[in-house]
Design a protein around this ligand. Sequence first.
Ligand SMILES: Nc1nc2c(ncn2[C@@H]2O[C@H](COP(=O)(O)OP(=O)(O)OP(=O)(O)O)[C@@H](O)[C@H]2O)c(=O)[nH]1
Ligand SMILES: [Mg+2]
Length: 217
Amino acid sequence: MTDTSSFTDYYVVKYIIAGCACIGKTSLAECYADGKLAYGEHSPTIGVEFFPTRKVIDDKNLKIQIWDTAGQEKFATVVRSYYRMPHGAFICFSLNKLHSFRKVENIIQDIKEYNSTRRVDIILVGTFLDTPAIRVINREDAQQLADDYNILYMEVSSRTGQNVKTCFDIMNKIMCERIDNNDDAIKYINITNPNDDGSSGIISNISQRARGCCRSS
Ligand SMILES: Nc1nc2c(ncn2[C@@H]2O[C@H](COP(=O)(O)OP(=O)(O)OP(=O)(O)O)[C@@H](O)[C@H]2O)c(=O)[nH]1
Ligand SMILES: [Mg+2]
């Protein structure tokens, strides 16, 4: 396994997880970032919670910031204030809850509208794949909705972990393609002093065009 604790240069990618309340958004973030399976009680997210993680994908160091949003309506204003910053969005619904599926279209539209001049890659995510007996949304309907908006569709379980890594890996690969295509929205950080964690200010935020020379030095 690659040691990611000593990153001295990396790309910062920002993801948001959005959807209705109690459909497994926090569990999805925890499953991917912390390797924790969803066996706990529902503990509603207050506002927005942050899950950082690091991965090496296609020889690129990624510092991944996952912003997990509250599904409860009373937090809608604060949640929407985070719609403007992500490079990638996981828009979730529970395969067992029709109302959560009906809501995703609004969220997709909101995220597209808030980012009309920026690129946001969206994956529609059906959660609770491990409970087929109480499933109410079939794959074809969800895939059709995803096709209508030209976005990807995945089904996952944070209880068993099924497809969770794959789902994030697909997004991570998209980010790597964007980096390869010189997408300036994805910041490259080079910590010139390897003992510096980046908090003391000895970091250089290098534009995409300067990356080649930086890497070879
Ligand atoms: N069986 C099963 N349970 C899950 C899955 N994902 C989450 N859960 C459970 O569902 C409940 C709600 O999960 P959360 O991740 O807290 O839901 P949330 O969408 O973050 O909820 P809010 O923060 O209120 O918006 C918890 O009891 C989880 O353990 C899943 O894929 N399968
Ligand atoms: Mg939550």
